[in-house]
Design a binder for this molecule. Structure first.
Ligand code: ZN
Length: 224
């Protein structure tokens, strides 16, 4: 994973080229974020004292998953006779694909791009970032959630959408910024237990970002 917030910002960035179809842009944004919810499986495995190998950057980061998601939602569209389900599936597929590409480009670890086939693609094999950098990347998750929320707020102000929610969004932004500051200190001074408390707050924040996108879908999908 690159930071989840970077994935979300990239999703927002393609908005101006995305045709205004119901749930398409919503799907693209969610698709950019959802692959890293596999960290939830990692967390469950850690708590249950089970091995965590093969859980992260595998089943949610595979080209096969992209195809399956698009196909399943296309079927739903046919059954429900509502085209937005197909749009949502296409958007999710595009978003997941963008997520995989970004992970390959700017992360230092491999992606099981053809899971369940055991092929790990890593453009960065042999490159080991310094430890301080690895550490800083953890609290940076909160920084990029905050920046993503700011971008949504700017968009909502410009379009005059979700006016009633912007105050709440700003509270979440401040909380994420505060978490960034707090955990940037903690990651360098805590020797034990950091990953537990950090991991829990990271997963909550990821869930929050997904919730915010759903809540602000009018802003996300606004077409002038
Ligand atoms: Zn990822």
């Amino acid at each position: 994973m690159a930071q989840a917030g970077i994935h979300a910002l990239l999703g927002l960035a393609v908005r101006k080229w995305t045709p205004a179809r119901t749930w398409l842009m919503l799907g693209i944004l969610l698709g950019n974020l959802l692959p890293d919810t596999d960290n939830l499986a990692v967390a469950v495995a850690v708590v249950a004292k089970l091995p965590t190998e093969g859980l992260h950057r595998t089943f949610t980061h595979s080209l096969f998953t992209v195809i399956v998601v698009i196909a399943v939602f296309y079927l739903v569209q046919l059954i429900a006779k509502r085209p937005q389900w197909g749009n949502l599936g296409l958007g999710l597929g595009i978003g997941i694909l963008m997520h995989i590409l970004l992970d390959l480009l700017i992360w230092f670890k491999g992606v099981a791009i053809l899971w369940p086939l055991p092929l790990w693609l890593n453009f960065w094999s042999g490159v080991a970032p310094p430890v301080w950098w690895d550490k800083l990347m953890l609290p940076a998750e909160f920084l990029f959630f905050a920046l993503f929320f700011v971008a949504l707020d700017v968009l909502a102000r410009k379009q005059k959408t979700d006016g009633g929610y912007r105050r709440t969004l700003r509270v979440w932004t401040i909380i994420q910024a505060a978490l960034f500051v707090i955990f940037t200190v903690l990651v360098y001074i805590m020797s034990k237990g950091f990953m537990t408390i950090y991991g829990a707050l990271y997963l909550l924040s990821l869930g929050l970002a997904i919730g915010v996108i759903l809540r602000m879908r009018r802003t996300v999908e606004f077409a002038a």
